[in-house]
Unconditional design. Sequence first.
Length: 595
Amino acid sequence: MAEALAANVPATTAGEPKKPLFGLTFLENLSDMSMLRQIGLLVGLAASVAIGFAVVLWSQQPDYRPLYGSLDGMDASQVMETLSAADIKYTVEPNSGALLVKAEDLARARMRLAAAGVAPSDKNIGFEILDQEQGLGTSQFMEATRYRRGLEGELARTVSSLNNVKAARVHLAIPKSSVFVRDERKPSASVLVELYSGRGLEPSQVMAIVNLVATSVPELDKSQVTVVDQKGNLLSDQQELSELSMAGKQFDYSRRVESLFTQRVHNILQPVLGAGRYKAEVSADVDFSAVESTSEMFNPDQPALRSEQQVNEQRSSSLPPQGVPGALSNQPPGPAAAPQQAAAAPAVAGPVAAGQPLLDANGQQVIDPATGQPMLAPFPADKREQSTRNFELDRSISYTKQQQGRLRRLSVAVVVDDQLKLDAATGETSRVPWTTDELARFTRLVQDSVGFDASRGDSVSVINTPFSAEVGEEIIEIPFYTQPWFWDIVKQVLGVLFILVLVFGVLRPVLNNITGGGKGKELAGGRDGDVELGEMGGLDGELAADRVSLGGPQSILLPSPSEGYDAQLNAIKSLVAEDPGRVAQVVKEWINADE
């Protein structure tokens, strides 16, 4: 079969030349290419080698961390000298100006700089400006300006020390004092704050800055202080700040009240139910309105004697009042006229004069049985009584001022998990709901702990419901891909993979193509002398010492007929194993030739 196969393949008549060295073959094949192809090939090889070196350097580059975000306000030479003396490698980011050091040297670098006294310093000039030398002819205006500049710097430093403030500038407008009251002007101040990215100032913090500046300058009122951020937003609107600050304080007070009552519920239920067996929330309705009231009340049923005046007058006289009241009655009596003749008849009994003994019908004196003395006729008397009384009604006046933060209503909600009971026989744990009496007992405990007041409208709700399956507190583990060592390994692996792909995917095919060009040329030159074995006769004489080649896209050299049957058979087996399609094509040509 080997002889028949050799009879149907082209043969080369030239003897086998000596193989040149790999480098010479590469250069020969490269020289046979066109100039454009040579330039492209060299540029591709150079680019591949450069990319490979860049990837290797990138994979070996250490992990740098920022030591300082910027070197502004620092002595850069002192920082670099300190790091160099400590043998710490560093680099400066060209875009942001950040100072970077290796991750493992970060803590050591900070300690070295702190020990050397290297720290960022602000550019504000404070009262140290007063320590500078002043000329002999310095005017009062320059002294006042220097003092104001120092005060502005000190205030800027103080404001910059706040957490959210990156830098600050303070401008003071202090007018010159005047001896005339009508010309007196108040000072004013402006504060420009530069905030960190993504941060802001709370209304309470803005009010703190305003109060800080106002109390640092004599006669400066808070309303004359303006605070502006770097975006031009006005932060010191007094009315808005006061409202927001008051709302924030009221909210914080409400939360503190609710936290206090919630803690009381926890303190009373936790020893009974255990931790995690209940949940309690308290909502407090707090009244922050300020109310002032004055009331005046009268009670007509309880009059009170305010003042009383009494006059008692009693007058006695031996003669009864006579005459007509008036001026005529006050005249002295006229001369009496005695009768010329006395009457012999007895006088008719008339009224007894005042002070004379009283006589009975028999003409006997009337004796007073109490004293045993003769009773005398009473003297005429005038008696008068006068009384004036002033009464006051019962009146009460009350002034009431309710304090802000009065608790208006309290709502408490408590949910209790089912109780756990252990079966002594089986050792299994079962959930059993709480009874109504037990829930009522818990309700009374909660009411007493929070100071329940029904008249105030308070409500306390304690219900029993089974909780969901308890989920243990998950410990958040830091993912391994966020660790610095992981990215170092990834960089190393990516670098190795990229180099392997570059070598076996780019460089090796290019080199094989170049070095394989010589073989193709040899085979191409040998094809010119190949002839159809069918037209040839007598291989034994002419081609006994020649090697036979199988033509096709890739020429395969076959052993010469003189090398023996075993060598030809092994070559044919290798050919069938490597390229069975080509062998099948040869057999097909045999069949077609026989037909």
